[in-house]
Write a protein that binds this ligand. Structure first.
Ligand code: FAD
Length: 152
């Protein structure tokens, strides 16, 4: 499970399991179980800055294609990554059942899926940057350059 909790932090330092668990005080159900595991199993915490990556075309080599997060990873603020991966799969299934060479179908998938992936990444990054800037201003922190773009 992935969870996004935005809190103001000074500097970049890995918070302890106890600090993260404090942010989840008051939640019940599965979140309460996660809160306990943050303390019991801190090695299981993945701590990293939000990263955006958009692989330039082609997304295929021969008959092998990458889709979903491997081809386009946006920061989670648009909450569309899983939906985009599922859409990729639906379009792929549709295109490869057409009566033509498989590589032509893979090219068609790229033409259909690359533009929305770029748009989703841009919108997600814009939301994330605005949110982080707002939080930083509210808490008197310097602008952090919230999201890291990974050149593919
Ligand atoms: C904090 C956070 C919150 C998010 N919130 C949302 C949301 O609300 N809505 C939404 O739509 N999206 C959300 N996302 C994005 C979403 O989780 C991803 O975009 C989506 O899971 C991508 O699906 P995928 O199948 O491409 O990749 P993944 O879900 O990463 O699946 C890849 C799978 O491959 C496996 N794997 C990796 N290497 C190997 C290997 N060598 N051999 C075998 N298996 C391997 C991995 O274990 C994994 O199970 C969020 C992401 C984050 C980080």
């Amino acid at each position: 499970m992935s969870m996004l909790v935005v809190t103001p932090e000074r500097g970049v330092s890995r918070p302890s399991g106890e600090t993260l668990a404090d942010h989840l005080q008051g939640f019940e159900g599965p979140l309460a179980q996660i809160r306990e595991r943050l303390v019991d199993d801190p090695a299981g915490i993945v701590y990293s800055p939000p990263v955006e990556m958009n692989l330039p075309l082609p997304w295929h080599r021969g008959r092998v294609m990458v889709l979903g997060d491997v081809a386009h990873t946006a920061v989670p603020h648009l909450t569309q990554g899983a939906a985009m991966a599922i859409e990729d799969a639906v379009v792929l299934a549709d295109e490869v059942t057409r009566d033509r060479h498989v590589v032509e179908s893979l090219r068609a998938v790229e033409q259909l899926r690359h533009p929305p992936a770029v748009t989703a990444g841009f919108v997600a990054n814009t939301i994330a940057s605005a949110l982080f800037d707002l939080l930083n201003r509210q808490h008197g922190l310097p602008s952090s350059g919230a999201c890291r773009r990974v050149a593919a």
